[in-house]
Ligand binder design. Sequence first.
Ligand SMILES: *Cc1c(COP(=O)(O)O)cnc(C)c1O
Length: 357
Amino acid sequence: MTNKPAQDTLLPGNIEALTAYSSAKSEKVSGNIWLNANESPYVKDVNIILSDLNRYPDPQPAPVIDAYADYAGVNSEQVIMTRGADEGIDLLVRTYCEPATDNIALFLPTYGMYKVTADTHNVAVNDLSQDLLLSGTVEDIIKAVSGSKLVFICNPNNPTGSITPVEKIAQVTKALAGKAIVVVDEAYIEFSESNSCALLLKDFDNLVILRTLSKAFALAGLRTGFMLGDKSILAPIRKVIAPYPVSTVVAQIAEKALNSDAITQMRRQVTILNKAKLTLLSWLEQSPAVNDILSGDGNFVTLQLKDKSCLSFAAQMGLVMRPFNLYGQDNWLRISIGNEQDLKCVKDWLDVISAQV
Ligand SMILES: *Cc1c(COP(=O)(O)O)cnc(C)c1O
């Protein structure tokens, strides 16, 4: 008998098969202009006063919950605060999916964490396409997601920017009542003119909306997100969530980020970033080095390069963007909308590679 290391014999098969999610930050890339993780270029100043760190925090800090409910236009009992939207995804899978039995539906290409989370919990994935979601009829969609426990709709979708109309989501949610939970990931909703699905919560108890302070609110480092849903759908999640998920420090900063001045500031920044995006789009449209552009909503632009090798020039310039494999091709790139200086660097890079085509 050979002596296998303990981890080989103790590890469940689905965990052994995992490849760790390669987030924009875990990849050891170097650079000085970071346009690869859809972060905000704005840095928030924070001042905190801590006098009670000897005490456990409020598990769901009421001032933050109330402020977010107010911002989202829902009741406080329809809100759970999480460690980023990513924890919301994890909680939904852990709470509602039976390992080795259930599956989740997702519409590719889309945010990578839905699949990673499902794999981690030995939950299967029902791979569907954005094309079906956007162009298919409600009946087509219902048929395709039949048997799935959770249906993830990223809206606006990362990395394509596409928008699924709220009315269509309402029809899908209605048809799935009692059969599945529709999860609408609204990480980029602040950048979009289109409505949030929060207005549907009064009508449906099989709908959950994921939100975050990581993107428009410029607090990716804080790790704060929210789940919005009917009281009845959130109740089991309250049993599963860690007892003290939100630190006192995080709660204090989040509360301030949600006061009315901070929300006004966030909206002003979104306006500036959306305008900068239009400028970037116009450069890309004029560049002969660019094959295709997916223009949609969100603080990012995804495009197809004629030749992927021109990314090496970006690396030399310290410009970090996110390469993607989309529709079976590896020459896609997602550029986050940074500040003026960051985008000037993108322009310099585009000028170099356009001259070479
Ligand atoms: C960035 C992102 C998240 C993660 O948000 P966190 O709150 O930072 O965990 C979730 N969903 C989508 C679609 C994202 O792009």
